[in-house]
Design a protein around this ligand. Structure first.
Ligand code: SF4
Length: 752
């Protein structure tokens, strides 16, 4: 008999509610769940393909062990026994830093990986933690932390009430928001425009979002910080800044004014490629709008001035008086796990960076991790602290990080590698043991991070859609077993007891002598569900463990399959702030200092050709290319080239070109006296002529290059595409956040 279940989609940040019809273990249909309090029936083709992920014959169901260079299926006991045989001696001989951890984007959508991955990293005690954050959003988290006091205090646009929205380097028509959970952006935008709201998009490509906009401005890739400085300078210069009620909650206005003084619109115009009159007109239009918001995303982050650009977006929101105002950029109030709802409100410890540094490049730690672009050199470079073993959690740096071929070679030199992953892919093929997570349909789910970034306050919990296979441990149990091995308790440790101990440790930090009483309140739960129950009850809407009758509990959330609506975003300043000063820090010292580097780059000429990425509705980084309904259709891994650039190089539509990085002066010799950068291979790319890109810019999506041996991705391998990241410079980083420069990298494109 058919069964209908509801589940939060785990495939992107929009977190849509799905209605899934199953018959036995088969998915019969997937629709948007109309009663879902966040997405109200919306879904995209990726969500509709979740059944294909579940049924994918290439999805791993059993652990794999590499024997004589080939993978064989083994039992869970054998897999864990191998890890127990090899990992502890390595730790004992070389120390904690010899084991690195690499965490991928999908981990953010897996409750077990998210909550227990952090516990495992802590147990390992390694400084060598890497994640996709430094290929993506870390600049926004760092600038938010410096300004507002916590890494996840990120203001998001209040699209439903705004009258003018300025979008830089983001394509929410395709992404449905990033660092901004906004399912059905298209519908919300059209509603907003029907009531008269305007959208202005700044992007080197006329994106799907730019095509919906009232105005689109081409910008030279990597020019966002310059444009934003020109806008801020204009506001201050023309007396248009209006902080309103924010004034008493803001520090650093004078320092900011002094810092931006060199960046008049006329001075930055050439560097960003937007004429000064257009910059001044845009600043005036923003200032004149009663309700306006500014939003920047991937293009503003993955560039050499990523943290500066991310900071300036919110400086602009503050100076416009639109931060924390309806229709402006607002702070969500999540029901659980949000640090900006915990402890004393309005003031806090702020954030700390650089508590340690990477061994080879000396890159500072940011939010507990090191730059992903340091992974290869930490494996390659001998000496104390050299990385000799790697644990990957849903992470595929061979395709998603610059210098992929170098990373692949480095992985081959490891003494030991374990991957927790559902696929045998370009990275996990290097592992000695692969431990597959369950299908999302076999897993319970609660979004830990995304309600902290959502366009509306809601809370939802998804029960497993299908009963999990009895012999397949959940990801939190897999990680707990690894943790037991690391702690010397062995793979046969009593996981229930270990989980109790870890939970008690966690509770003790907050509750002290009340720990036993607190644990008694959630005694019926175990694993991630117990942590969720605790977080909800002690959260801002919670029942405070019985002290607030009627307050939120996990039982209430479980009883509402479409979730519980907690209302529209509401002003939260000063309560949301966790800076030591209790103010919005408008001019953090490290960001002001970085403006010297920005100033030095003001007159940098534009390279003849640079490359930018591109996102497609049916793709998400490297890991959805094996699903038939998402892979079919027109090839997507094409290089968009402006006809002028094509003509100058003798390239034609539908033909091919040879793409290489255009190596300028490198960052200096590495430890061996060689250029520290990974060499650039020559990629044969398919050419698509298109005047949606500005002259001097080509666009190629990343996450492709599925033609490597020993993978098990039949559909992806049939249309492999090329690995853009292979040509990018793995030594180019935003120095503050450690985030890779993926956008605006100088390249050469020639006829074959
Ligand atoms: S927009 Fe994202 S969350 Fe929504 S259905 Fe598509 S992939 Fe899933």
């Amino acid at each position: 008999m058919e069964r209908v279940s509801h589940r939060i989609c785990p495939l992107c940040e929009a977190c849509c509610g799905l209605e899934i019809t199953t018959l036995g273990d088969q998915v019969v249909a997937i629709r948007g769940h109309k009663e879902d309090v966040l997405s109200a029936g919306f879904l995209c083709p990726k969500g509709a393909a979740l059944g294909e992920l579940h049924a994918d014959p290439d999805r791993l169901r059993r652990p794999l062990l590499k024997r004589d260079g080939a993978f064989v299926e083994v039992s869970w006991q054998e897999a864990f026994a191998e890890i127990e045989r090899r990992l502890p001696p390595l730790l004992a001989q070389h120390g904690a830093d010899a084991v690195a951890v690499s965490i991928g984007n999908p981990a953010a959508h897996k409750l077990g990986l998210l909550l227990y991955g952090a516990q495992l990293s802590r147990a390992l005690g390694t400084r060598n933690v890497f994640s996709a954050s430094t290929l993506d959003q870390m600049p926004k988290q760092l600038s938010s932390g410096l300004m507002f006091g916590h890494w996840l205090s990120v203001p998001v646009p209040d699209l439903e009430r705004t009258e003018l929205m300025l979008v830089l380097g983001a394509n929410p028509m395709v992404s449905n928001g990033s660092m901004w959970t906004v399912p059905n952006f298209r519908g919300k935008l059209r509603t907003a425009r029907a009531r008269g709201a305007r959208l202005i998009v700044v992007d080197p490509r006329r994106t799907e979002t730019a095509k919906e906009a009232d105005q689109h401005l081409f910008i030279r890739p990597g020019g966002d910080a310059f444009l934003l400085l020109g806008l801020i300078h204009t506001l201050l210069d023309e007396g248009l800044a209006r902080l309103g009620r924010l004034a008493e909650h803001t520090a650093g206005q004078l320092e900011l004014a002094a810092a931006v003084a060199p960046f008049a619109a006329e001075r930055v115009a050439a560097r960003c490629g937007i004429p000064a009159p257009a910059i001044r007109a845009l600043a005036r239009e923003l200032a004149a709008a009663p309700r306006a918001c500014v939003y920047g995303r991937i293009g503003t982050c993955t560039q050499t001035f990523g943290t500066v650009a991310s900071w300036l977006v919110d400086v602009l929101n503050v100076l416009l008086g639109q931060l924390d105002a309806p229709g402006g950029a607002m702070f969500p109030r999540a029901a659980a796990f949000a640090a900006n709802t915990r402890g004393p409100s309005g003031r806090g410890k702020g954030i700390t960076v650089g508590r340690r540094h990477s061994r080879v490049s000396g890159a500072p730690e940011v939010y507990g991790e090191l730059p992903m672009t340091c992974l290869a050199e930490e494996i390659e470079t001998p000496g104390p602290g050299q990385v000799r073993a790697l644990l990957t959690l849903a992470s595929n740096p061979v395709l998603s990080a610059p210098g992929g071929p170098r990373i692949a070679a480095a992985l081959d030199s490891l003494d030991f590698m374990v991957s927790v992953d559902i696929y045998l892919n370009e990275t996990t093929r290097h592992a000695d043991v692969i431990l597959p997570g369950r299908s999302p349909l076999h897993d319970e789910h609660f979004d830990v991070a995304f309600p902290q970034l959502a366009c509306r306050n809601t809370v939802r919990f998804s029960e497993p859609v299908l009963p999990p296979p009895p012999d397949h441990p959940a990801e939190w149990e897999i990680l707990l077993t690894l943790l037991a091995i690391v702690r010397g308790q062995g793979a046969d440790a009593d996981l229930r007891r270990l989980d109790d101990e870890l939970c008690a440790e966690e509770v003790r930090r907050a509750a002290g002598p009340m720990t036993d009483a607190v644990l008694a309140q959630v005694a019926s739960w175990r694993g991630p569900r117990r942590l969720v129950a605790l977080a909800l009850r002690t959260g801002p809407y919670g029942d405070k463990l019985g002290q607030v009758p009627g307050g939120l509990t996990l039982e209430q959330v479980l009883a509402a399959p479409g979730g519980i609506d907690l209302g529209p975003l509401a002003p939260r300043i000063p309560e949301v702030l966790r800076t030591p000063s209790g103010k919005i820090e408008l001019a953090p010292a490290s960001l002001v200092a970085e403006l010297e580097r920005v100033q030095a780059a003001l007159d940098e000429p534009a390279p003849p050709l640079v490359v930018i990425g591109r996102r497609h509705l049916r793709s998400n980084n490297s890991w959805l290319h094996n699903l038939p309904s998402l892979a079919k259709g027109k090839p997507r891994c094409t290089a968009l080239v402006h006809p002028q650039d094509a003509a100058a190089r003798g390239l034609r539509d539908g033909g091919q070109g040879v793409l290489r990085r255009a190596d300028g002066p490198g960052p200096g010799p590495g430890p061996g006296g060689q250029d520290a950068r990974a060499p650039s291979p020559a990629l044969i790319v398919d050419i698509e002529l298109c005047d949606d890109v500005m002259p001097g810019v080509i666009s190629l999506p990343h996450g492709f290059g599925h033609d490597l041996p020993l993978t098990r991705l039949a559909i992806a391998a049939a249309r492999p595409g090329v690995n853009l990241n292979a040509v990018l410079d793995d030594q180019e980083r935003d120095p503050l956040s450690g985030t890779a420069v993926l956008s605006g990298v100088a390249v050469e494109l020639t006829a074959p």
